[in-house]
Structures are given as C-alpha cells and as structure tokens.
Design a protein around this ligand. Sequence first.
Ligand code: PLP
Length: 368
Amino acid sequence: MAAVPFLDLKRQYEAIRSEVATRLLLTAQSQRYILGPEVDGFEKETAAYLAVKYAVAVASGTDALILSLKALGIGKGDEVITSDFSFFSSAAVIPWVGAKPVFADIEPDGFNIDPSKIEEKITKKTKAILVVHLFGEPAEMEAIKKVAKKHRLPIVEDACQAIGSEYQGEKIGGIGDVTCFSFYPTKVLGCFGDGGLVATNSNAIYNAVQDLRVHGAKKNDDRKTIGTNSRLDEIQAAVLRIKLKYLETWIAARRNCAAEYRKLLAGIPVQLPEDKKHLRHTYNSFVIKGEKRDQLLDFLRQKEIGAAVYYSRPFHQFSCFKKFVSKKEIFPNSVTAAKTALALPIFPELTGQEIETVAAAIKEFLRS
Ligand SMILES: *Cc1c(COP(=O)(O)O)cnc(C)c1O
C-alpha cells in the first residue's frame, strides 16, 4: 500500500502558484506592508463572504480571541464559559485576559459544547460564553443562544476551524456577537504564516478591535486605551484574497472526501462524524472515535498513513487550568473523546485512491 500524507499543502500550492507569484511581487514592488490595500480588500471580501457587517484582520486566531474578549471588556474577576475539549488556545485566551475559564462538557456523540451543560456553570461573574465550532462542525447555536439570551450573555465564537461552516443555512460569523477565525496554514483557509480575523455585526466591537490591534484608541497624540500590535501583513492578505476565491470549491472537495470515508467505513465499530441536515460541516478535520485508538494510530503509522490525535487531553486536566476546576465538576464526554478521537487525512486534493487506502487499513486493523 502506498503512503498517505496527513496533509499535503504542496498540492494546493501547485494550483495557485503563478497567481501567488504575481501578487506577491506586486506587494513587494509597492513596499506597502502594513494595513494597505490588500488587508482592506481582504476584510471587505471576507465580510461579504461571511455576510457580516464588519471584519478586522489580525495577527492570528489567538489574537482574534484575545482582542474580542478585550473588546467586550472582559478581564479580572470575570468568568467565561467554554468547551472542555478544543485546541489549547480556546481556553488559554481567557486567563490571558485575566478572567477565569469555566469548562462545560461536550456532547456524547460529537465534539462540541453540550448546550444543556452551560446553564449550571453560570454565576454572577459570568461575562460571556465562548463557543468553539470544532473540526469545522458548527455547535448547536439555537440552544446556546437561548441560554445566552436568558442570562444576557454575549457569545464569542471560536470559528478558527470553521470558516465557511453553516448553521441552519447561515454562515458561522454573524450568529453570535463576535466570531474569530484563524488562517494558520493547516486550516481550511490558510495563509503563508500566521493570520486571523474578527467578524462582527456590532459597530462597538468593530471599533474596539480596530483600536486594539494598533495599540489602542488614538486621538491627536493622546491615547485613551491601551492595545497591542496585532495586524495581518499585506503579504498574507494578498495570499488569502487569492485563496478565498477557491474556498467554496475546496470545501466541496473536503465534503466529498468525508462522504467517501463514510461510505467506505459504514458499519464498522467506530463512530464517524455525522453530516447533519441543519449544518454544513467543512471538515477542517475528519475525526473518528474508536476503542484501541492508540493501537490504531500505531498501525496506520506503520503503514505510512498520516493520522493524529486531536486532542489527547481535555482542558480540565491541564496543569495550568487545574486551579480553575473544582473537584465536583465532571466531564465524562470530553474524557472519552480524549481517549478515543483520531483524525484521518483530509484535504481538498486527497484522492479517492488514498481514501480507499486509509479505509482499507482501518478495516484490516479492526479484523486483526
Ligand atoms: C487554530 C486554532 C486557534 C488559534 O489560532 P492561531 O491562528 O493558531 O492562533 C484557536 N482555536 C482553535 C479551535 C483552533 O483550531
């Protein structure tokens, strides 16, 4: 059997190589590197794509989250509820702005926050709900919005893995109060380094994030607030504007890969990601759940098939977060996910043959 890469970015680069070369040369010739026409154009095009009023490009997805929390005035003495299961950044940004992360368990069948576990975590100090759309699958926003509305809490969305994902026909981006995206190279829309974006329909949040990314609000030579330096480079914006044109095609290709996996893996004793009718999952990752996960990972690696564990540890078990968790809190579903989740190769250029190779190897493992 031939080797299958977990991710091969070179295939995508081949398709856009000449366009990128031309555009990058133009940026070099212009010598405009910071907050110029490419960032401006990218923000407008992305806002239109997401159907939101405002988009602000920043230096990373992590910064998008930090600046969003800051824009909402969240800091010391505040609590923010988030999922117990995600990439480290989804939780770490909360103590980074001085607030306390409060973890809620995920759904038993999926990887997103369980809306029915949120309300019991709300206290007088709760200032926001930070929802993660993990692996490209939207969280159950209708139920989450109901809780948020009842308690008058803003919703911050970590859509770093979910650009182009849809909930009830609506793009993730304009559903909550503020939504954060990442353009880290391995994401569905990736640049040539780090990059991020804040999307919102709120004029106040938009203005605040715009100020925060350039050291704070300036008037004459005075400053009323303190921000940081967090901008997307012109070079990254130029790359992203080219890639944005292909995004829908690439998402369709990812969805085809997922459908192919589901067909070939049907009926075997692993839990496959579902393609729910009211959602458009964009398959930033295709993550299965199964027993003997670690043995399966070893087996695939021996066959030179790329696979990865996302994520091996729920947040409440991290040393740096332990002080925020009480002994009474339990998280059975995130604990199970951390033991059973395995990400298989998925990217737009993955071939049918490669998917067959992966599926055959998994079946061979389960027979042995
Ligand atoms: C990638 C990612 C981030 C952070 O984005 P960076 O651009 O790497 O800072 C945050 N949350 C999730 C769920 C991510 O996947």
